[in-house]
Design a protein around this ligand. Structure first.
Ligand code: DOR
Ligand code: ZN
Length: 360
């Protein structure tokens, strides 16, 4: 095993067990068909976020959405969508058992109003204690968008305030509940996850490892760098990168790739979301290489998430090659729209080789 990592910087080749994306937005309809091939080219499985409009709030809706994803797969694709339910104030506890039976792996907690399509989310988590109890018993994972929505709280503080006022008490009330703190952005979140009880983990996006909040304003307003939780100050980015570079097992890959049409991003009130599925693994490789930690990329991308969810690790492999390529300025998106990917028009150092190459 270790020989693989002998010196990827010198050999320019890094073989990894096939990775999974533990936090992904695929949308629906023609948007789904536009973005799904990017994820299928890189990942064996992905957790599919349920914030459609209307949201995926029942086991039946999750099953139907999974089928639409399977129907949209490119020919011969091997890809497993892992479904999650969108919690609302009125999620019935019985729905949890139905979800478990239909293969749903978790439930997503969006505080109402926190982000895209979260209007139907939860206004007070205490109302859901019965649901969380059922989830713990059924072994379903709670996936948390961790930001308070109080407009009086500074947008850069919303994650830290959420930990103290919502997440820490919730985790303490439900000691058996498995929790993934999604797309963490601050050293407070790291401290909560790494210092917390068993059964707590976090996903980390490529943008929060590679950029700080200056990237929102570099030479002007940069709507394609805007996502929620918003990019934070450099000290937080450094803390996140240092933690993944240490090989922390509670941290794993979740791109939060969130496509929006260019016209919805470049607008007076632009949508939150960074599209990164076109180069997800390459972007993470860049971050890990910058931290001198390519030897920890495989566990982060391909082991830690599966282990936390209690799913088998993938047996096939992918190959990253140190070979520059230029990201297109845009991709086609739904309804004649365009999608501007992260690093549009720029050159990336790593390239994911085709699957058959990786298997050799
Ligand atoms: O930036 C984001 N975009 N954050 C989210 O939480 C939701 C996502 C989306 O669905 O566009
Ligand atoms: Zn998300």
């Amino acid at each position: 095993m270790l020989a693989r990592y002998a010196d990827p910087a010198a050999t320019g080749r890094l073989s990894l067990a096939r990775p999974d994306d533990w936090h992904l937005h695929l949308r629906d309809g023609t948007a789904l068909r536009a973005v799904l091939p990017f994820t299928v080219a890189q990942f064996a499985r992905a957790i599919i976020m349920p914030n459609l409009s209307p949201p995926v709030t029942s086991a039946a809706a999750a099953t139907a959405y999974r089928q639409r994803i399977l129907d949209a797969l490119p020919p011969h694709a091997q890809f497993t969508p892992l479904m999650t339910l969108y919690l609302t104030d009125r999620t019935p506890p019985e729905e949890i058992d139905a979800a478990r039976e239909s293969g749903v792996v978790g439930c997503k907690l969006y505080p109402a109003g926190a982000t895209t399509h979260s209007e139907a989310g939860v206004t007070d988590v205490r109302r859901l204690d019965g649901v969380f109890e059922r989830m713990a018993r059924a072994g379903l994972v709670l996936q948390v968008h961790g930001e308070v929505t109080d407009p009086a709280v500074d947008v850069f503080e919303r994650e830290a305030v959420f930990i103290d006022t919502v997440l820490a008490p919730l985790a303490a009330r439900h000691p058996q509940l498995k929790i993934v703190f999604e797309h963490i952005t601050t050293h407070q979140a790291l401290q909560f996850v790494l210092g917390g009880r068993e059964g707590i983990a976090a996903t980390v996006t490529p943008q929060h490892l590679l950029m700080n909040r200056n990237a929102l304003f570099a030479g002007g307003l940069r709507p394609h760098h805007y996502c929620l939780p918003v990019l934070k100050a450099e000290e937080h980015r450094r803390a996140l990168l240092a933690a993944v570079a240490r090989g922390e097992r509670r941290l794993f890959l979740g791109t939060d790739s969130a496509p929006h049409a260019r016209r919805a991003k470049e607008a007076a009130c632009g949508c939150a979301g960074v599209f990164s599925a076109h180069a997800a693994l390459e972007l993470y490789a860049e971050a890990f290489e910058a931290a001198g930690a390519l030897q920890h990329l495989e566990a982060f991308a391909s082991h830690n998430g599966a282990d936390f969810y209690g799913l088998p690790r993938n047996r096939d492999a992918v190959l990253l090659i140190r070979e520059g390529w230029t990201v297109p300025a845009k991709y086609d998106y739904a309804d004649g729209g365009e999608l501007v990917p992260l690093r549009a028009g720029e050159t990336l150092a790593w390239r994911l080789a085709a699957r058959h190459e990786a298997a050799q």
